[in-house]
Design a protein around this ligand. Sequence first.
Ligand SMILES: Cc1cc2nc3c(=O)[nH]c(=O)nc-3n(C[C@H](O)[C@H](O)[C@H](O)COP(=O)(O)OP(=O)(O)OC[C@H]3O[C@@H](n4cnc5c(N)ncnc54)[C@H](O)[C@@H]3O)c2cc1C
Ligand code: HEM
Length: 394
Amino acid sequence: MISAASRPYIDASVPVLREHGLTITTTFYASMFAAHPELKNLFNMGNQVSGVQQQSLASAVFAYAANIGNAAALGPVVSRIVHKHASVGIRADHYPIVGHHLLGAIKTVLGDAATEPLLKAWEEAYTSLARLLIDAEVKMYAEAGVQPGETRSMRVLDVVRESDNVIAIRFAPESGELPPFRAGQYVSVAVDFADGHRQLRQYSLSDAPGKDSMRISVKREDGGAHPAGEVSAWLHANVKAGDLLQVSHPFGDFLPDTESDEPVVFLSAGVGITPMIAALNRIAMVNPQRRVIFAHAARNSGHHAHQRDVAAAQARMPHLHVVTFHEEDAAAGVLQGMMELNRLPSWPRGETDVYLCGPLPFMQAQWNALLAAGAPAAKLHREVFGPDLLDNLL
Ligand SMILES: Cc1cc2nc3c(=O)[nH]c(=O)nc-3n(C[C@H](O)[C@H](O)[C@H](O)COP(=O)(O)OP(=O)(O)OC[C@H]3O[C@@H](n4cnc5c(N)ncnc54)[C@H](O)[C@@H]3O)c2cc1C
Ligand code: HEM
């Protein structure tokens, strides 16, 4: 993957990158967007403002450097990146642009420390990672039968209020077949704003595959002290039945096994319930006898989305165990407070797959509690509604 001559430079630069990584990627984005303003339509500029995207690219560079020879550790990270890249439409010809500005930023930030051999080593490392990603992405587009960046016009069938801040949008292709997908996958929705800029955001499909329409559920990001979320606020304010939405092919590697007979556990919080509902609805369709623990935490009853889906699944699934936590109120049958592992029914930790989705602090808390309770990491699966900080590699 990388030559013997370059390896010592890569190994030696890992601590340096850890120290300067965030500055390097911030400098990189500034110079790349100055030279290629059209790429702003591809990137999530909300993540740019809040700094998460810079953090994530820095993390990817560190992770790659730290694990350069370790394909097993890099595998899941690469998988997540290529699905995200395919969803937003990254092409092979984008890579030299990113490479040029990333190496330029390393050079600017490291100054004299960026020696010729060190830069050469990083060029080689970048090229080899780019090759890996390009090949995987080409394959993914071919399998999906789409061109990079292709979106389809979807006719909105209905918009249903799911909670105080979540709407569910159901849609179907204006023409042709519904694209195939699996529970847990997401689409990118493209919004073209009046001033000509375009933004893409990912939304998990929130209903089971195998129907004649698809559904997403969008939380309005109010922002509080910050500006409201650009795309979610726009969707809430504008989308109505009959409209057309531009939607990517479904991608994503968070794939709860909905087809097996084994017991399974879903733990979600907030709008993280969306991929879990897709999985639950699928299981209710194909295997209603399955043993399922479905635990969800919401701020209060007003913020608790998809209660109708859960009730419908409960009516069909005799072995579905639903546990609900509300932080601020506690209606009958609801536990008050945050989700805690010791308040859930127990399950054989070693053999049961657990799927997690929710805000990062929620997932970190559950992940650590599950590991401490004896669940092997290989049985834990998570979806992150933002750039994954790749902390498992750092
Ligand atoms: C795989 C995946 C699946 C997802 N599934 C879902 C889903 O099912 N449902 C769902 O609702 N979302 C989902 N998301 C999240 C979704 O993609 C968007 O990130 C979300 O809707 C916010 O986008 P936005 O354009 O509204 O906000 P953005 O404009 O991107 O802003 C992001 C946040 O930053 C805040 N912000 C804005 N300006 C500033 C500033 N100056 N300083 C600090 N903060 C600021 C905003 O208030 C907002 O909270 C998913 C994401 C991923 C990656
Ligand atoms: C070796 C090169 C690259 C690496 C290591 C890399 C790494 C990453 C990582 C870690 C993420 C976040 C994944 C997540 O959601 O957890 C990401 C997302 C993304 N990448 Fe890349 N990437 C590379 C090349 C590129 C190129 C060439 C482009 C195109 C110009 C690009 C554009 C994007 C975009 C648009 C996103 C989605 C995030 C957002 O919406 O802002 N990347 N990449």
